[in-house]
Design a protein around this ligand. Sequence first.
Ligand SMILES: Nc1ncnc2c1ncn2[C@@H]1O[C@H](COP(=O)(O)OP(=O)(O)OP(=O)(O)O)[C@@H](O)[C@H]1O
Ligand SMILES: Nc1ncnc2c1ncn2[C@@H]1O[C@H](COP(=O)(O)OP(=O)(O)OP(=O)(O)O)[C@@H](O)[C@H]1O
Ligand SMILES: [Mg+2]
Ligand SMILES: [Mg+2]
Lengths: 283, 283
Amino acid sequence: DTRIIALANQKGGCGKTTTAVSLAAGFACQGYSASIIDLDPQCNATDGFGVDRDELTRAGRFTTADIFLGKKPASEIEVGFPNRFAGELGLVPGHRGLTSVPHRLESSLQAQLANDDSSELDADDLKNEHRERLKHSLNSLRGHRDVVFIDTPPDLGFLMTTALIAADYFIIPVFPSGYDLKGLETLMRTIEKVQRRFNPNLRLLGVLLGNYDTTAKLDSDIHKMLSRKFGAELIFDVKISRSVKHREATVYSRTIFEHAPEQQPSAQFLALVNEVQRRLNGI
Amino acid sequence: DTRIIALANQKGGCGKTTTAVSLAAGFACQGYSASIIDLDPQCNATDGFGVDRDELTRAGRFTTADIFLGKKPASEIEVGFPNRFAGELGLVPGHRGLTSVPHRLESSLQAQLANDDSSELDADDLKNEHRERLKHSLNSLRGHRDVVFIDTPPDLGFLMTTALIAADYFIIPVFPSGYDLKGLETLMRTIEKVQRRFNPNLRLLGVLLGNYDTTAKLDSDIHKMLSRKFGAELIFDVKISRSVKHREATVYSRTIFEHAPEQQPSAQFLALVNEVQRRLNGI
Ligand SMILES: Nc1ncnc2c1ncn2[C@@H]1O[C@H](COP(=O)(O)OP(=O)(O)OP(=O)(O)O)[C@@H](O)[C@H]1O
Ligand SMILES: Nc1ncnc2c1ncn2[C@@H]1O[C@H](COP(=O)(O)OP(=O)(O)OP(=O)(O)O)[C@@H](O)[C@H]1O
Ligand SMILES: [Mg+2]
Ligand SMILES: [Mg+2]
């Protein structure tokens, strides 16, 4: 049974990409079959695996933008990494043009409304069909992958909404700081709307503390605040400690398991893979 | 002579808000008259000064959303902080509804086109008028403030474009990591478009390295890479070191000068205030 997990937090720089890339690669290292979907126009998850985006374009490969503009199934656009991991890993690469996807869908909607003798009410139906395009595309991975992770951009717009509609679960990555905490109310309100209108089965898998400094009192205080707010059982036991190795890995476009094998940063993410599995099976 | 400085970098979590808040407050601490404009729907800059957004709404106060939707001059919307700093500080507060500003302007444009016997070409003029609304609003501060800082959301959409159109200078805040470096090409391409079409006088004031770890080789390597890429004279001499004090300040909604007076984190930002001034006067 395939589980689809979205990273959700509009705060910029809270570990969405690092978590999506490291969990997808972590599952693949453990022999599972995993996918990662890059829905961020910055394309950091695509870069994180060392994929040359200009090369992809030259080769006429499709990207996540084509899921929305061309209704492409994800299984047809995945890029594989043969023999890189014990298991399998597929990447659906991102594209800078994702930024204009909402506008382009909106104008195609306007054009459709102008052409037919359709009404204002049809606009709602067309809009909802656009919002479900990622979900339909990812259905092509169900039954072929154990897990699928969706990396999202730092805002609560169309792309985040489509990820939450397509997902079975979501993870909230947080770096310990006041700005990160303040955005959580707004995030949960958006999620409740998606659950009510589109995806009643969407569930919180857990809140993940990253960039964590075990020596700072602030970090343990924030950990306590989050446990009180969400309930201790919804905070991942594993915390990802601050380590320069994560930043180094992004410069060399390698996963943490390739850049710092046998060291604490990769050991923590392997422990997190186990905890994610326990939560998926236990729920 | 008032100088308007935008923070520009679509990478999430690279220090835009910390820099905007700390520089605006730093100038005010030095006895100058400064403003800060919160153009991010997350409203972190507004929170950073301890302003209660719900209170503002109850009091019927305007926000940056009204600059676009109601053409309000910034001087009429500013919130003051009497006797908090040696000089003066005004905040134009943000609003969560900023996210929908581009959509709302787009539909008002569609409605206007439908009403008049206007043509497709008029759409361009209307769109450009929307893009210049922030610039016109901030003109009301010229002559009354020494310096104005614009905090921006982590994307290259409408709000960032309007900030770059309104600004005289921009600062690129960067945290030392691969993901931050990869986005700089795209950022500079967007800036060149704004310079060509809307604001030929827009100039880079400098690239600021933040969250800097003096003990990590990666951080000094990235500093070297940036100096090669932009030229050493466009990299701020002052680097803002990593310090938990910055994160603590966000939890207590205090500026770094109030949270950690006489300590390194505030001393570094005061040094940066001096360097910004030298660059403004020297250029
Ligand atoms: N020098 C520093 N040392 C430690 N933490 C820092 C430093 N500068 C900023 N931070 C913290 O890093 C996080 C990101 O900074 P900030 O929120 O200012 O970035 P941003 O670019 O405004 O983010 P966004 O993209 O969400 O708008 C914040 O939690 C902030 O407190
Ligand atoms: N545990 C960690 N220790 C040190 N640095 C980390 C850690 N986790 C992530 N980072 C670094 O923090 C920065 C922000 O992380 P990341 O880019 O994954 O966040 P994000 O939420 O995806 O950002 P965006 O909002 O731009 O999409 C990156 O430079 C990353 O390398
Ligand atoms: Mg990211
Ligand atoms: Mg910010």
